[in-house]
Design a protein around this ligand. Structure first.
Ligand code: PNS
Length: 170
């Protein structure tokens, strides 16, 4: 994105993507079939923790994974999502809901974002296949040595394997 709003209905799909999972990719593919343009917006500093992947790595892994989707763009934002969606000229924010308990926090976030920006949030239910897959769990099992091929797109897996090789003591 270069600051010029894309034409038509633009949806922003925000997240930490640390790392991107197959659940994220599924939501992006389904959003891309509904909206004219989907802007995947990677938050610069995830609030929860020190990220495993740098911002550049997170953006690059998403770009590789969505290369087959011509109406998907990848960018980053810092600060308020509400400010970003206004700048992007977005008509909607997209969020995936994996489990019922996600709804509780996502509901208040959606209402706050609408209050700040006038932009509504559309929830897409996760494919049940991915309902147990979160970035946090993927990171945890990866850090403990598990093979995460089933849970992340191939582009992400390559990066994770490279990172493991890099960090292995010689
Ligand atoms: O993948 P995540 O970590 O669940 O994504 C969370 C994210 C990036 C969507 C959320 O933390 C966010 O919107 N951050 C921007 C700061 C902001 O706008 N906070 C107020 C929300 S009402």
């Amino acid at each position: 994105m270069n600051g010029v709003p894309a034409p038509g209905n633009t949806a922003v799909y925000p997240g930490s993507f640390d790392p991107m999972t197959r659940g994220h990719l599924d939501v992006i593919e389904r959003a891309a079939a509904i909206f004219d343009t989907v802007v995947v917006a990677v938050v610069v500093n995830p609030q929860k923790r020190e990220p495993l992947f740098t911002l550049d790595e997170r953006e690059q892994m998403i770009r590789d994974a969505v290369a087959h989707l011509s109406n998907v763009q990848v960018t980053n934002f810092r600060g308020l999502l509400a400010d970003f969606v206004r700048r992007a000229g977005a008509s909607v924010i997209v969020k995936g809901l994996r489990v019922v308990s996600d709804f509780e926090s996502e509901m208040s976030t959606a209402l706050m974002n609408r209050s700040l920006s006038g932009v509504d949030t559309v929830f897409l239910p996760s494919d049940p296949k991915w309902s147990f897959v979160s970035s946090t769990l993927v990171k945890e099992v990866y850090n403990l040595g598990a093979d995460v091929a089933e849970y992340v797109p191939p582009a992400v897996l390559n990066l994770m394997r490279a990172k493991r090789t890099e960090s292995r003591p010689t």
